[in-house]
Design a protein around this ligand. Sequence first.
Ligand code: FAD
Ligand code: DLZ
Ligand code: SF4
Length: 507
Amino acid sequence: MTTLCVILGDQLSQSIASLKGYDSSKDIVLLCEVCEEATYVRHHKKKIAFLFSAMRHFAKSLENNGFTVKYTKLDDPDNAGSFKGEVERAIKNHAIKHIVITHPGEYRVLADINSWESHFGIPVEIRADDRFLCSPEEFSNWAKNRKQCRMEYFYREMRKKYSILMESGEPIGGHWNYDAENRKPAKAGLEVPPPYANPLDRVTQEVMTLCAERFQDHFGDLEPFYFAVTREQALEALEVFIEQRLSHFGDYQDAMLESEPWMYHAHISFYLNCGLLLPLECAQAAEKAYHQKKAPLNAVEGFIRQIIGWREYVRGIYWLKMPAYAKLNFFECNKNLPDFYWTANTQMNCLRQCVSETKKNAYAHHIQRLMVLGNFALIAGIDPAQVNEWFLIVYADAYEWVELPNVSGMILFADGGYLASKPYAAGGSYINKMSDYCKNCRYKVAQKNGDAACPFNYLYWDFLARNREKLESNHRIGMMYKTFDRMSNDKKKAIEADSKKFLDSLI
Ligand code: FAD
Ligand code: DLZ
Ligand code: SF4
């Protein structure tokens, strides 16, 4: 009986569950580049090129290891254009009697796969994705009976479960979390090491040509292309991070510098999310660096928390709360996403920098996504569906399971506080403290109202005023209303008028 092992573009791991029990005498592996996946949202060109190149390399490495691979390129004239269509073609051509697939990362794709068994009339086995450290069932059990599920407590469970940075049952150093040490602004003259860059090979050049033709109207630049596209290269990128950046990861985790998109971050989310790297090996590599005294505890703990804490936690929330989560809109926001999110054509220097870098690199680091791009969308009251679509399109690491909880939960508070304890809303002074963006801005960060004032300043208060009913009782942000109430009526009117004028001017 021939089994078809279907591998999706974000399942590029040799250890993937769908390959377990593979019989090389008769089974077939299917990977396919399909138009439906590349265009259900109009992904950044570099994101598509990265994934197609990684898929082609992965298929080759499977072949080299003795697997029989059926690989469909996007420009194959017989390409059916969708996962279902390609599976149908494989069934017809190879007398398939059984399909095996690993649980997909997106609800949309799971719903499609769930229809295959009755559609094709052959058994479809969906296997758990055991690359993640916490299964949806385990997360659901943990979350049960908790009104609010805080990441910090989930993270401690993961530390214990995998015995990471633990000593005799206690966290190494005596604390679970060293974030208080991780909020330093960048010092002037900081020399950030150049990021990992991989020379273009023939496969990547081929997909870049394909993407330039087929996706020319998608957002983003194809060049320069520097991503790792094989597991060996991704492991090298991880090593470069551990050797060159990890020691400062904690200190400058929240810092932003003009023309420095990479800072001391790891730049491995693309590799983790498509399977070239595995989460546990990244956490263990950082832990080893700590024991070898290559990096301090605040850096190592902070990095490990992002991977075994935040990454697993947002996935848990996604599968616990979908499909309803995608529709949440706690603040009932309905403004359109401003055009500058695509063009970078704005006089707000922080946003101009972050959008330009996103366009060029299909990457922005966490605090740019959270406190600049996300914060603006929150306080301006942009429709969550449009914000989610933008974030899903523009980043090479974006898949709905990780993008949606970060956007709807972490930045937009669209779930009313299930994921985050308070909205991450902030005025210009936060951006000024953590970056050097304001010195080159047409707006004045110290000015609170008027044409020259930083828009973040009045929009912040306008956001609080607009949503008073929903936020006043929040113990972490409610006290801001005391400050607001102490403002004069003229000041309050100026906030409202400046905000209206500014928001009306956006296209
Ligand atoms: P580092 O800062 O070096 O962190 C190391 C790793 O930790 C990352 O590679 C990532 O795997 C993990 N991590 C860190 N923070 C988070 C988080 N909040 N959620 C999940 N994993 C995390 N991450 C994505 O992978 N895909 C997304 O589509 C995505 N969208 C985001 C949208 C918004 C609005 C925000 C605020 C965050 C988003 N993140 C997303 C989380 C985070 O910004 C990225 O994982 C990170 O910037 C990737 O760069 P890095 O590898 O250099 O990460
Ligand atoms: C993101 C993406 C793109 C652009 N193209 C493909 C593709 O052609 N073939 C494929 O198998 N996967 C692709 N992906 C990744 C899928 O969208 C991803 O596997 C699903 O969303 C499930 O998470
Ligand atoms: Fe951004 Fe305001 Fe600073 Fe300009 S002044 S860079 S808009 S925070």
